[in-house]
Write a protein that binds this ligand. Structure first.
Ligand code: BDP
Length: 724
């Protein structure tokens, strides 16, 4: 068990043989084209039933003799239309929308009928997920997606590296082109189809223009070919100044001004060339005027004018532009200005443009106003552009959240954001209903998850991280599902039906976000990590004194970003009135966002009755303590799951237990030094039972001065003598 099969292991269930009599003996897949997702569904059903129950089925591809259902028990899988054509209309199927399906296990014939081919495959995976969890009860229901856009974004570079990827090399790119062997890409599409993801943007948002060479577009078409049988479309990220870049096989212009006619036709040609090769191409993702990237603002054009450069040529083909709201200029942020705030940028740029984007443009908004931090309020932009399509951008990869070396189940955080009521026009305005398009009655919208899978067998870099990919798909389909239910389905499919294992993984996973928040930065101060590049490990001093704008504004007496309208950056005022008022006032701001919205003394007393600084100390100790319990919990699973995955994960839990203490001590010491206020419990700076590595006899090791200093006790670590 190396993890490669993810949650699609189809492991044999206990007592499988008892079910043989009640299981279908035939699969009828109503399409015999091997590139059809219906054909894939037929194969998958045969494979799953054989693997889970040890029972082989005969698969029949294409229409069964007209007018007749087989005379033996079967699974009939196809589009609703194909079914009606062959066997007549079904009266009990509710309305299905794009990607929806009907699943009935009642009677002699299991019916898996999709609104389209992709939906049919989703239904087949749903049925197999039931069976693999030992559920053979009778069901009959329709399932429809909440939102049409359910995409992953992969930050893969053309050289095969992956930005913020923690699982090895790219499954798509190497040496400036598309890899020859796309087996892993096909396997990824299979996993994605099973969680109803319908498109993948395969290259980094920090894009490379050379992807647009005719040769690379041929390669892209090969990716589309291996995705197609799974109903997964391909999309790409664009580099805004591509027309003025050197792209083999294309003209190089002297400008990339979005209003210039030669630039427009340059992009028109690219779009035509793509659709010639990939008729079902999904569309473009654009990062512009963000973190030093070029964009329309380079020419004093608006972001809407920049988006139109792509939406216009895509329109005739039905393609979509995902235009990122992550627009800010880190070079102009001035920390000494108390009204300067990176968090303001998205609304400042996009609100005035609301209504100016074409219908096939979707504004892709990170869940919080800064950048995938351990705690952020929902971005106010969701509520502020009611005349635009929107999608939420989530990270599945754990960039700021422990980079797959710490356990972190993201779904509870996502759920909190999706369930936030932004009260636009004083009416219920849940983020999930805005991005689905329902709240503002928009035709497009949905979910983008930055996944960053790699060649590693575990896909994401650690076995337990895969619950995040699984949960992303499940919530994008239906954000009202319970995050524990999702996790437990994933655990049963990935590991075992043993309830003690399920309970243990549930407890660890559900405690993982609060624990990480507690030891990496609580009270809404954000993840106190190195922000200058690695985004890993404690480095509170890197938060301030730079132009990136994730400031804590900590000094010897006080801490927090004042984002009020009355005294601060005005960010709180970007929310609709009811929410703005709540955050404007310390009394109504929840403690977990206190330092996000307010600048207070370390001695400020929280609603819990504890001072800010004491809470910092207490929570950092509590979080690290929880991380210690994960080791014990994981140890209890020995023998209950396979040794290979158990051993691999144990290594990570032991590492996390240690690193959580590094985090705890770094943060508590840093603020202890800064504030001079002692820990009431006497823990900070006092480690009686600790033996410093440097006080041992060092054979083959030498001392090493650690930076940032607070990340090691006595500022000192030891490294092997040969280490330079
Ligand atoms: C930041 C990442 C950086 C990305 C950027 C983005 O550190 O690698 O390029 O977001 O989303 O969080 O564009």
């Amino acid at each position: 068990e190396n993890g490669l099969a993810g949650w699609l292991r189809y492991a044999p269930i206990p007592g499988a043989a008892h079910h043989h009599g009640s299981l279908p003996s035939h699969v009828v897949a109503l399409n015999d084209s091997t590139i059809s997702p219906v054909y894939t569904a037929g194969q998958e059903l045969e494979r799953g039933i054989r693997s889970i129950f040890g029972k082989s089925c005969n698969v029949h591809y294409g229409h069964f003799p007209h007018g007749h259902l087989p005379g033996f028990s079967s699974v009939v899988v196809g589009t609703l239309e194909a079914y009606s054509d062959a066997y007549g209309d079904l009266t009990d199927v509710p309305e299905l929308i794009e990607g929806g399906f009907w699943l009935s296990t009642k009677g002699q014939h299991v019916q898996i009928l999709g609104q389209n081919e992709r939906g049919t495959l989703y239904g087949a995976f749903e049925y197999l997920s039931m069976l693999a969890q030992g559920n053979t009860t009778e069901v009959a229901y329709a399932a429809n997606p909440d939102a049409p856009i359910r995409w992953t974004n992969e930050w893969d570079n053309m050289d095969g590296s992956i930005e913020r990827g923690f699982a090895g090399e790219s499954i798509f790119f190497a040496d400036g082109g598309i890899v020859g062997n796309l087996t892993r890409a096909a396997e990824y599409a299979r996993l994605l189809a099973s969680i109803r993801i319908n498109a993948v943007v395969v290259n980094n948002v920090n894009a490379n223009a050379t992807l647009l060479s005719p040769q690379n577009l041929d390669g892209l078409a090969r990716i589309a070919d291996v995705f197609r049988p799974y109903g997964v479309q391909v999309g790409i990220s664009l580099y805004f100044s591509s027309p003025a870049s050197a792209v083999p096989g294309r003209a190089s212009l002297t400008t990339f001004d979005p209003l210039d006619d030669t630039v427009k036709s340059w992009w028109g040609n690219v779009t035509r060339d793509i659709y010639q090769r990939i008729p079902d191409f999904a569309g473009y993702l654009v990062k512009a005027n963000s973190e030093g990237q070029p964009g329309p603002l380079t020419y004093n054009r608006t972001l809407a004018e920049g988006a139109a450069l792509f939406s216009k040529p895509l329109q005739p083909y039905g393609g979509i532009v995902m235009f990122r709201a992550f627009v800010y200029d880190y070079q102009t942020l001035n920390e000494s200005d108390w009204t300067a705030d990176r968090a303001n940028a998205a609304v400042d740029y996009f609100r005035p443009l609301d209504g100016e984007f074409d219908n096939n443009v979707v504004i892709q908004i990170k869940y919080g106003p800064i950048d995938f931090q351990v705690r952020e309020p929902a971005s106010p932009l969701f509520a502020d552009i009611p005349n635009s399509n929107t999608a939420i951008e989530l990270q599945i990869t754990q960039e700021y959240l422990g980079q797959q070396c710490h356990l972190l189940y993201w779904a509870p955080l996502w759920k909190e954001i999706l369930d936030t009521d932004l009260r636009a026009d004083n009416k219920a305005s849940y983020v999930k209903d805005i991005v689905s398009g329902q709240r503002f009655n928009k035709p497009l919208g949905g979910y983008a998850g930055v996944s960053n899978v790699g060649m590693n067998d575990t896909w994401l870099g650690s076995h337990l991280s895969m619950s995040n990919l699984y949960a992303f798909g499940r919530l994008a389909w239906n954000p009202s599902q319970d995050v524990v239910d999702i996790l437990q389905d994933w655990t049963r499919l990935t590991f075992t039906l043993d309830t003690s294992v399920i309970d243990t993984i549930t407890q660890m996973s559900m405690e993982s976000w609060p624990a990480y928040e507690n030891y990496s930065g609580n009270l809404g101060i954000q993840t106190l990590t190195d922000i200058l590049y690695t985004h890993y490990g404690p480095n509170p001093q890197s938060q301030d004194g730079n132009s990136w704008g994730q400031w804590t504004r900590a000094d010897g007496f006080s801490i927090g970003m004042d984002r009020t309208v009355s005294n601060g950056t005005g960010f709180a005022g970007q929310y609709p009135d009811e929410v703005a008022q709540m955050y404007e006032d310390i009394a109504t701001t929840p403690d977990n966002l206190l330092l996000w919205f307010h600048h207070v003394n370390y001695t400020h007393v929280l609603k819990s009755g504890v001072s800010v600084i004491q809470d910092f100390y207490d929570q950092h100790y509590a979080g690290a303590q929880t991380a210690q319990t994960f080791v014990t919990a994981w140890n209890s699973l020995k023998g209950k799951i396979d040794d290979e995955r158990w051993t691999d994960q144990l290594f990570r839990q032991v590492y996390q237990a240690g690193h959580s203490i590094v985090w705890r001590d770094a943060i508590t010491n840093f603020y202890h030094n800064l504030s001079g206020i002692p820990d009431e419990a006497g823990r900070v700076g006092n480690y009686p039972s600790r033996i410093e590595a440097e006080s041992m006899t060092l054979d083959g090791y030498k001392l090493y001065e650690v930076s940032p200093f607070e990340a090691a006790s006595n500022y000192t670590a030891i490294v092997t003598s040969s280490n330079t």
